[in-house]
Design a protein around this ligand. Structure first.
Ligand code: UDP
Length: 479
């Protein structure tokens, strides 16, 4: 049933080809469809089947309103990419970032004519495109006169910090701390903790990241996968001080609990059954998202740190394929931790794991989806940022919301440092054992209750989503 009185909208979604971007965008399509609107997801041949499968897991009424349309990814000669490389997974799982990332982004800019033909044909009311496609703003707004919304998968805190980075940071040496100017809290960072976009050297990428910032100001506004109560000061700061248009409509993972099960239902069942045998809040879940692959030396430190923490654990391991050393588990580790620990090699049903009452902590790289999924499930975090805007998310978690402890990583993984076992053990214990951890758990459970309320009818995200729909409808009527 349509909740807004206006016309049924048709929204075109154009997600960036990486799990951390596609997953939440599909959830947003789900939201539109569950309010009675139509969604079309634009993707490429090799990405379409998994998108289709995810959509089929939504309830029937919703999935019948979501279509997929395929555009071709540039050919080998055009893009300079190997056969089959249509997703960032391909690049990160083969450890080919340095060689292929600029080419990958360059290839996406070649999609413009196909996207425009599709828009010509479908005549959507709005385009929701990933911020990595800044060129699509011009395509949508200037050529077709429809609003283009940006989705960049970040929270208000991170976006506010990035928008406020000033000359103060530019004059610092790489490892020196600087105070972020202008934002509501006193937050210190170093240049080595900033997203790659802020210190990129590849000329093409520097240009692209510049265009992304510019296209944000030219777009209709930004959709945030978050809820007001998690970062109220920054939601206000972003809108009122920075003067940007934004809608918070999350956490979008709430209501899409099927989506954790990307593969093999039986394995999923196995780890959930294993969790059923554990006490509430007694297990730490360890996962570094869809892109991070550690080498053998770092994995060994994690194993040692987990073992000496004495905690039960589920550890999702993706080893760096570029590291020939297969010998990453300490001798006898699996025997010594039998019954106490479970290793998942591959993809885990993360949302369902986090929602299990046995989970008492989440050692995470602080990707925004993972952070928000932990908050939604009321699970305190152990923060181990690796790249992108993850150091900013760590600050939100540990210093602003105070719902997690930091492992104490000083700089992005590209600088090559290894995090030692003692550091890992100490941070895990801070969250899993004792009063400080209890206090974090109490706070994050309060936020989880607020997140659940936010997406209910009348809640802050629900209402903001209503406003967004209303604005798109009135734009569409004016055309
Ligand atoms: N995810 C999952 N199983 C895994 C690894 C990741 O379901 O084994 C999901 C996770 O729930 C989240 C997304 O993949 O929704 C990862 O996004 P995030 O922003 O946390 O990190 P990224 O992968 O972009 O670094």
């Amino acid at each position: 049933m349509m909740k807004n009185n206006g016309k049924q909208l048709h929204i075109l979604f154009f997600p960036f080809m990486a799990q951390g971007h596609t997953i939440p965008m599909l959830d947003i399509a789900n939201l539109f469809a569950s309010r009675g609107h139509r969604a079309t997801i634009v993707t490429t041949p090799l990405n379409e089947p998994s998108i289709r499968r995810s959509v089929e897991k939504f309830n029937d009424r919703v999935s019948s309103e979501i279509a997929t349309r395929v555009i071709n990814f540039p050919t080998l000669e055009e893009a300079g990419l190997p056969e089959g490389c249509e997703n960032m997974d391909f690049i990160t799982s083969r450890n080919l970032c340095d060689e292929l990332v600029p080419n990958f982004f360059r290839a996406t800019t070649l999609l413009r004519p196909q996207l425009e033909s599709l828009m010509e044909e479908c005549k959507p009311d709005c385009l929701v495109a990933d911020s990595f496609f800044p060129w699509s703003t011009a395509a949508a707004a200037e050529k077709f006169g429809i609003p283009r919304l940006i989705f960049n998968g970040m929270g208000f805190f991170a976006m506010s910090v990035l928008a406020s980075l000033s000359a103060s940071e530019k004059v610092c040496s790489d490892g020196e701390e600087f105070l972020v100017q202008g934002i509501p809290d006193r937050i210190f960072l170093t240049r080595r903790q900033l997203p790659e976009a802020e210190r990129e050297e590849d000329e093409f990428l520097v240009g692209l990241f510049g265009e992304m910032k510019e296209s944000e100001s030219k777009s209709f506004g930004v959709i945030f996968n978050c809820f007001y109560e998690l970062e109220p000061t920054y939601a206000d700061y972003y809108r009122n001080q920075l003067g940007r248009r934004a809608w918070h409509i999350g956490p979008v993972s709430l209501g899409s609990s099927n989506r954790g099960s990307k593969n093999r239902g039986n394995d999923d069942q196995e780890c959930l059954k294993w969790l059923d045998t554990k006490d509430p809040d007694s297990v730490i879940y360890i996962c570094f998202g869809s892109m991070v692959n550690f080498g053998a030396a770092q994995l060994k430190e994690i194993a040692e740190g987990l073992e000496s923490s004495g905690q039960h654990f589920i550890w999702v391991v993706r080893k760096n394929p570029g590291d020939p050393n297969e010998d990453w588990l300490p001798e006898g580790f699996e025997e010594r931790t039998a019954g106490r620990g479970l290793i998942i090699r591959g993809w885990a049903p993360q949302v369902r794991i986090l929602e299990h009452e046995a989970i008492g902590g989440f050692l995470t790289h602080c990707g925004w989806n993972s952070t928000l999924e932990a908050v939604s499930a009321g699970v305190p975090l152990v923060a181990w940022p690796v790249q992108a805007e993850q150091f900013l998310n760590e600050k939100l978690v540990t210093e602003v919301a105070k719902i997690g402890a930091s492992v104490g990583v000083k700089e992005g993984a590209v600088y090559g440092g290894i995090v030692g076992r003692e550091q890992i053990e100490k941070a895990v214990r801070r969250v899993m054992v004792g009063e400080e951890g209890e206090e974090m758990r109490r706070r994050v459970k309060e936020l989880a209750a607020m997140a659940a309320q936010a997406v209910e009818e009348g809640g802050s995200s629900y209402s903001d989503f209503d406003d967004l729909i209303g604005e798109i409808q009135s734009e569409s009527c004016c055309r």
